[in-house]
Each structure stands twice: as structure tokens, then as C-alpha cells.
Design a protein. Structure first.
Lengths: 109, 112
């Protein structure tokens, strides 16, 4: 099956700092999503981004499908950004969404 | 408000008992999913359903069963055959299989 690798596994920031999270995948995909899991376990869909660039407030994401990676940018981080960020990909329509192991982000005040 | 409701939030069971986790959605989504998450790890797919009365095994279906009798509901039964059932269980849905996935708040199951 398709392999999904996220980096870094852990990241600690001071409030106000910027960060970039990376997701590499082993095959071409037609579906890529980024999620944030807060410390209480709730998972929120941040972006549906199989290709191109999207922005939502302080967050933006870019997927370069031909080079098999996606980047999630967090600007001016806040303590509420803490949690785990997951990347998930689907190789072909009708196959399964495969999750990476996540990046644990801690934003300190 | 539309959303996905999982109940209960916490569930405790004795080893050897079957237990059913509830998942209801009012988003009119066709596809529904069950994932398992163990501490410090990603999500693994247990079962998924693209349409009523049809479902497929995911990567770790052994010891679990599901039904999809109504579009809104996709309950998961953790049977006594599941060797290590203690975990965080997440239900999700999407309008169609390759569209954005939305999650419920999860059920933490502890089996002793």
C-alpha cells in the first residue's frame, strides 16, 4: 500500500513563531487531507488539497503532487494550535485513505 | 447543526463481553468509516461503508463487526474475539468516498 511519512515527528514552538510541517507519500494520489487533533482527541479537517495551494486564516497548505509531498504552514502560532497534525492520502478513487503517524506540535506561551 | 455524534464518550467493559459503539450523522453523507487510534499513533481503518446495506473491511477488521441499515447510522461492535480492544475509536463520514472526511468526537473504550 501507499506509504505516508510526516516530519518532524515533534515540534515545540514559542507563541508567535511560524512552522512548516511536511507530508511525503510514496505514490500518486487523488486525495490528500490535513487534519488537526486537539488534546481532547477531536479531529478537525483543515484542508482537502490533492494539488495546489489553499489558505485559511493563519494556515495554508501546498501539495506538489508530481513530487509527492505536501506542506502545511502555520503562521503566528497560538497555544490553541497545539495538538497532532495528520496528513492522509488516497491513491485512487475508491481505495482507502491512509494516515501518516502525525506531527505533535506544542506551542508554549 | 449538522454533525457526527458518537456515544458514549467513555466506555468500560469486562474482557469477554461484546460492546457496541454508536455513530449517527445528520450530514446526509453516503460514506461512513470507523477508525481505531492507539496512544501516540495514527488512525487505522476498521470498516467503511459507501452506501446503505453495504460495507467493506478495512485494514484491521478482525474482531469487529458493523451494520449499515440506515444512511444515518453505522454502529461498530467490538467482539470478544478482538485481542486488544482498549483504544480510542473514531467514526467519520464524507459525502462521497474521495471527498473531505469529517469526524465525530470519539469513544474511549477500556476493557479490563
Amino acid at each position: 500500500g501507499i506509504q505516508v511519512e510526516q516530519s518532524p515527528p515533534d515540534l515545540i514552538l514559542q507563541e508567535g513563531a511560524n512552522s512548516t510541517l511536511r507530508c511525503n507519500f510514496s505514490d500518486s494520489v487523488n486525495n490528500l487531507q490535513w487534519f488537526h487533533q486537539n488534546p481532547w482527541g477531536q479531529l478537525i479537517n483543515l484542508f482537502y488539497i490533492p494539488s495546489g495551494t489553499k489558505q485559511n486564516g493563519r494556515l495554508s497548505a501546498t501539495t506538489v503532487a508530481t513530487e509527492r509531498y505536501s506542506l502545511l504552514y502555520i503562521s503566528s502560532s497560538q497555544t490553541t494550535d497545539s495538538g497532532v497534525y495528520f496528513c492522509a492520502v488516497e491513491k485512487t478513487s475508491g481505495s482507502r485513505l491512509t494516515f501518516g503517524e502525525g506531527t505533535q506540535l506544542t506551542v508554549n506561551p | 447543526d449538522g454533525g457526527i455524534t458518537q456515544s458514549p464518550k467513555y466506555l468500560f467493559r469486562k474482557e469477554g463481553q461484546n460492546v457496541t459503539l454508536s455513530c449517527e450523522q445528520n450530514l446526509n453523507h453516503d460514506a461512513m468509516y470507523w477508525y481505531r487510534q492507539d496512544p501516540g499513533q495514527g488512525l487505522r481503518l476498521i470498516y467503511y461503508s459507501q452506501i446503505v446495506n453495504d460495507f467493506q473491511k478495512g485494514d484491521i477488521a478482525e474482531g469487529y463487526s458493523v451494520s449499515r441499515e440506515k444512511k444515518e447510522s453505522f454502529p461498530l461492535t467490538v467482539t470478544s474475539a478482538q485481542k486488544n480492544p482498549t483504544a480510542f475509536y473514531l467514526c467519520a463520514s464524507s459525502r462521497r468516498q474521495d471527498l473531505p472526511l469529517h469526524f465525530g468526537n470519539g469513544t474511549r473504550l477500556t476493557v479490563t
